[in-house]
Design a binder for this molecule. Structure first.
Ligand SMILES: C[S@@+](CC[C@H](N)C(=O)[O-])C[C@H]1O[C@@H](n2cnc3c(N)ncnc32)[C@H](O)[C@@H]1O
Length: 346
């Protein structure tokens, strides 16, 4: 039996309450017209039905005081059917300029543009099919910092393979994309066991299983300015820093699956420290800024999303408080990705 929270909120507070619930850990939130739902809200209300990721609906109840709420119970079979229903409608999604996120259960593409990087993904029960704007914003940001100038007309990137840390990896979509775009090493963490399983499977299915370190937990598993692996006990090896950039596995994998280097020459003038990507929620990102900054170190970048446009200011303030600044903002359908670097001295 799955227990869900149904909460009726005024239309203008939907994003505020959704953001709060996402921050507490939910598998998903459905929106219904408040008047048509059995909770019977007045006109202009929306009923949000949220499923806690740990089954504890009381924890969510405590976060929405003052709103009309009810607890909905559905049987496991209905829930499984609901979780799988979206698969029938899933379609490939283009993200950034050349990444194509391809549902793994669809027939592979007959042909792809020569520069396309087709990533076959099955999110299982984890988040991250590519259909959400924040995932696409994060893929595009990774591409900007990792991809070679030869792919398009953008200036070239990184000074050799660059570490990427994916905090809240979900399906592993960003981890896999980063590895395929040449990031080394790639570290992924998530508090949800379903995400760990999905990330392992998707990394293996895309030929980068050996290149990524995956840990069940959060930022505490990742050493400062991390390039080191996570061990199975959850501790980190801070001495194991750099996977040698001469490693023959380093370099990116092109859309045909062969290894090669999509350019590690050229410079944007950007730093080449770790890129820490976190697609979470505004509240969680604000809370984790000190940890994310610790992992990135002074030469790193933070790619922060899962943030509604109206919460961008809160995250920017949290960054500033810790000596960071927003270098770029990218928007998609009400969501923002903040690309941040350490504020220069003086
Ligand atoms: C919005 S999903 C992002 C998934 C994927 N990275 C993407 O971009 O599509 C957020 C993920 O963060 C995980 N998460 C939530 N709180 C976390 C925390 N404190 N540390 C690490 N992961 C967390 C969730 O389990 C979920 O898989």
């Amino acid at each position: 039996m799955i227990r869900q929270l149904a909460v009726v909120v005024p239309a203008e507070e939907v994003e505020l309450v959704s953001d709060r619930l996402w921050g507490l850990g939910v598998l998903g939130i459905e929106e219904f017209d408040g008047t048509s739902n059995r909770t019977g809200g007045p006109s202009g209300t929306v009923c949000l039905v949220a499923t806690p990721d740990d089954g504890d609906v009381d924890r969510l109840l405590a976060a929405v005081p003052g709103y009309p709420v009810s607890v909905v119970e559905i049987d496991d079979a209905t829930w499984d059917g609901f979780l799988d229903a979206w698969r029938a409608a899933a379609e490939p999604v283009r993200a950034g300029s050349r990444v194509v996120l391809w549902p793994a259960w669809l027939a592979p593409p007959d042909s792809a543009e020569p520069a396309d990087l087709v990533v076959r993904l099955d999110p299982g029960r984890a988040f991250g099919s590519g259909s959400h704007p924040t995932t696409r914003l994060a893929v595009a940001a990774l591409e900007r910092h990792l991809v070679d100038a030869g792919i398009d007309d953008r200036p070239g990137p990184a000074l050799g393979p660059r570490p990427v840390v994916d905090v809240g990896c979900g399906s592993g979509v960003l981890t896999v994309v980063a590895a395929l775009l040449g990031a080394r090493p790639v570290t992924a963490v998530d508090t949800d066991p379903a995400a760990i399983e999905a990330t392992q499977e998707n990394a293996a299915a895309n030929g980068v299983g050996e290149l990524v370190e995956i840990g069940h937990g959060s930022t505490e598993l990742v050493p400062s300015a991390s390039t080191g692996p996570i061990d199975s006990t959850g501790s980190t090896d801070s001495t194991a820093g750099s996977i040698d950039s001469t490693d023959s596995t380093a370099g990116s994998i092109d859309s045909t699956g062969s290894t090669g280097s999509i350019g590690s020459t050229g410079s944007t003038g950007s730093s080449a420290g770790p890129i820490v990507v976190a697609n979470l929620t505004a509240g969680l990102v604000c809370e984790l800024v000190p940890e994310l900054a610790r992992i990135a170190g002074t030469d790193g970048r933070l790619l922060l999303t899962g943030i509604l446009d109206e919460r961008a200011g809160d995250v920017a303030t949290a960054l500033e408080r810790h000596g960071w600044q927003v270098a770029e903002e990218h928007h998609d359908d009400g969501w923002v990705l903040l690309d941040a670097v350490v504020r220069p001295a003086g």
